[in-house]
Design a binder for this molecule. Structure first.
Ligand SMILES: Nc1ncnc2c1ncn2[C@@H]1O[C@H](COP(=O)(O)OP(=O)(O)O)[C@@H](O)[C@H]1O
Ligand SMILES: O=P(O)(O)O[C@H]1O[C@H](CO)[C@@H](O[C@H]2O[C@H](CO)[C@@H](O)[C@H](O)[C@H]2O)[C@H](O)[C@H]1O
Length: 464
């Protein structure tokens, strides 16, 4: 990268910029899809790090910002510094019409008065600055751009922001790479980089190998901020594909079987790459307690779960009983939030798994704990049920066939059929369906009947 493109950075907060941004961000942040604190007012900000990437004397200024957002924990409660978000703030004299959706606002006072600030990820030029920084392994202030030098990054790839509904923001370069820019960031090891890197070391082809990544060092802490991966061009995700086949009345068992194999291959590679542990009675007790506590919290949040609470709890108690009899289970690193939408099918027919962040609402330490592989298997089994319930005509048989084919495919590649441990699988399916009920009640209330239908069957110990 040319020296002039990224001048010497600073991690000391640029007070002028942030002061002028404050009122604009208070209005803009809560409207963003990826903002996790919706429904509670934003009362202020603490800058964690601000790094100048392009000097604003030119046509375009560019700032990398890590910002802690002050909000009350509950509506009406006292506000305090909470989640930290990653922003790329562009500064221009005026925004061209094509960047209108990126507008944050117009600055009225101070050295930036009269300028327009906007979300620079919408703008190809700043997004290309990030790729160039990764390619050249730039260091700017506390930002460390790093790469796997064994993979080539061509110069001059054109950037475009993905428009998909997602929890973070992704930029595609040419049809070659995709950069996932994490929005809500926490210090520490991020499984979305950790696990794909471990799988790449194992030579597992089921997960795109990270090509480059961005870290920020702030005081004694380090944040993973972004991951660049090869883009699977022309891919369709498993959810889209399943719905398409359902609408046509087509069989999906061959794909379900292939997905089972892909999941097992990833699990086998993860078990080789990272430590596994044996869960005995004490650890199982903690796991069962966690499920029971999540159920109690879910019933508070979604009163429609109340009639099923004791039936659902019996799935967890059955698991506790097996542990009390001396059964043990192997635990290892897993995907943690596996569903059809996290599986990409390339035009060649090969499946890849993506998004190893785990359930974003859970603390990082919990997401990185070894767990039985049944957790991921249960996520996928729930997903076939979801697809069947989202189809225009009821498709219970379709879901049963896919679920069976997925488990058979898994058994072929792993040498162990998940159905041979029905109590564990049922406990995890129950835990996932309870999570889904809370997720849907919060984000997509119209979808609540989908997990509730499974909840009814799980609580009555009926087959799913
Ligand atoms: N390597 C890839 N190749 C092609 N598309 C991808 C790739 N990784 C992610 N995507 C697309 O980007 C979307 C968002 O990616 P994901 O990692 O799930 O982000 P988020 O955690 O923000 O939801 C996916 O649904 C998929 O469509
Ligand atoms: O955004 P993420 O991919 O991390 O996952 C969250 O959102 C998912 C919905 O987009 C949600 O998945 C649920 O709905 C899917 C269909 O839209 C279905 O395939 C999944 O089986 C079902 O769990 C996921 O639970 C949530 O964490």
């Amino acid at each position: 990268m040319a020296e002039a493109v990224i001048p010497s950075g600073t991690t000391s907060p640029t007070s002028h910029l942030l002061a002028s941004l404050d009122p604009l961000l208070r209005a803009w942040l809560p409207r963003q899809r990826w903002f996790a604190g919706k429904g509670r007012p934003v009362t202020g900000f603490t800058p964690v790090a601000v790094t100048e990437l392009l000097r604003p004397e030119g046509r375009l200024g560019l700032y990398h910002v890590l910002l802690q957002v002050h909000q009350p924990a509950t509506l009406g409660g006292p506000a305090h510094p909470g989640d930290c978000y990653q922003l790329l703030i562009g500064v221009r004299e005026a925004l061209p019409p094509r960047l209108a959706p990126a507008l944050i606002g117009h600055v009225e006072e101070g050295p930036f008065a009269g300028r327009t600030v906007y979300d620079a990820l919408y703008d190809p030029r700043p997004a290309e600055v990030l790729l160039e920084a990764l390619r050249s392994q730039a260091r700017v202030g506390g930002l460390r751009f790093e790469r796997d030098t064994g993979q080539e990054i061509r110069e001059g790839l054109v950037a475009r922001l993905m428009t998909a509904e997602q929890s973070n923001s992704s930029v595609v370069y040419g049809d070659t790479f995709i950069l996932k820019v994490l929005r809500r960031v926490v210090p520490g090891v991020n499984p979305d980089l950790e696990l794909p890197l471990a799988l790449a070391r194992e030579g597992c082809p089921r997960v795109p190998a990270p090509t480059a990544w961005l870290h920020a060092d702030v005081d004694t802490e380090s944040y993973v901020l972004a991951v660049l991966q090869p883009f699977v061009s022309g891919a369709t995700d498993g959810w889209e594909l399943a719905l398409r086949e359902l609408a046509k009345g087509e069989d999906f068992t061959a794909e379900a079987r292939a997905l089972g194999r892909a999941t097992a291959e990833v699990h086998t590679a993860l078990a080789r790459a990272l430590p596994t542990v044996t869960l005995g009675q004490a650890q199982l007790g903690l796991l069962v307690d966690g499920m029971t506590e999540r159920l109690a919290a879910a019933v508070q949040a979604v009163p429609a779960l109340l009639p099923y609470e004791s039936g659902l709890r019996s799935a967890y108690e059955a698991l506790g009983d097996l542990a009390a009899e001396g059964r043990t289970w192997t635990a290892q690193r897993v995907h943690g939030d596996l569903h059809l939408g996290q599986c990409l099918r390339a035009p060649s027919g090969d499946w890849s798994l993506i998004d190893f962040e785990g359930e974003p609402a859970r603390p990082l330490a919990e997401r990185r704990l070894p767990q039985p592989v049944a957790r991921d298997v249960a996520g996928m089994l729930r997903s076939f049920d979801y697809a069947a319930h989202s189809a225009s005509a009821p498709a219970a048989d379709w879901a049963h066939r896919c679920r069976a084919a997925y488990c058979s495919g898994y058994a072929e590649a792993a040498g162990r059929d998940p159905r041979t441990d029905p109590v564990l699988l049922r406990a995890y399916e129950t835990d996932k369906a309870v999570y889904e009920a809370v997720y849907e009640a919060r984000h997509r209330p119209d979808w609540l009947p989908v997990p509730l239908s499974a909840i009814r069957r799980l609580a009555a110990s009926e087959p799913i």
